[in-house]
Write a protein that binds this ligand. Structure first.
Ligand SMILES: C[S@@+](CC[C@H](N)C(=O)[O-])C[C@H]1O[C@@H](n2cnc3c(N)ncnc32)[C@H](O)[C@@H]1O
Length: 179
């Protein structure tokens, strides 16, 4: 298995992560194929993306709770899923109009049926492992964003979906009704 790559990015903290240009460019370079941007916010990316954000004021194709979006989506499978939710309950209340992230474990369980085998999930937050090996993912790239001063770093986990055989069968069963 290929070793995990590390990136170290220095840039200020912003509640709308991708409005900071170096981060927007970094994430655009990481995206592959059809992208699901599940907490899309206000910055369109120069990739082929479907955008969802619960906030009606966000720039999005859909304004659904993230978990609800995954339950309702009947379209193609994605090659990249971007997860940039509020990183904590407190941040939801202070920065995102009290809009709260869906239960995150359920959200992670609902992603694989919408992801092509060989696809990737890119997650911004406080964890280097998010989807994990139990769901068929392995860590490929970890980004550390240094915001400077007393502000804690942000971690970006890039995890590649390569389920082993029995998991692959589960994946195919789950995707059976998809086009
Ligand atoms: C950290 S910001 C990310 C914004 C985006 N990546 C950007 O750079 O502009 C989190 C976003 O998640 C949205 N959000 C919060 N809870 C949500 C939920 N349950 N479902 C969908 N979107 C949600 C907020 O409205 C906010 O725009």
């Amino acid at each position: 298995m290929a070793p995990t790559i590390f990136s170290h990015i220095k840039c200020p903290l912003h509640r709308y992560t991708f409005s900071i240009k170096p981060l927007r460019i970094w994430v655009e370079q990481q995206c592959e194929g059809k992208v699901l941007n599940l907490f899309s916010g206000i910055t369109p990316l120069q990739v082929s993306e479907i955008r969802n954000d619960l906030d009606p004021g966000a720039i999005a194709d859909y304004h659904l709770d993230a978990l609800e979006f995954l339950h309702q989506w009947r379209g193609y499978r994605f090659d990249t899923v971007l997860l940039d939710p509020p990183y904590s309950y407190r941040k939801s209340m202070e920065l995102y109009k009290g809009i709260r992230c869906s239960p995150f474990r359920k959200l992670k369980d609902a992603i694989p049926p919408h992801l092509n085998r060989g696809g990737k999930v890119i997650t911004f937050g406080y964890h280097s492992v998010v989807m994990g090996r139990s769901r068929g993912f392995h860590p490929e790239h970890i980004g550390i964003i240094s915001h400077g001063g007393a502000i804690h770093d942000t971690i970006i986990a890039v995890e590649r979906y390569n389920p082993i055989k029995n998991k692959t069968m589960d994946h195919d069963k789950q995707c059976i009704s998809k086009p």
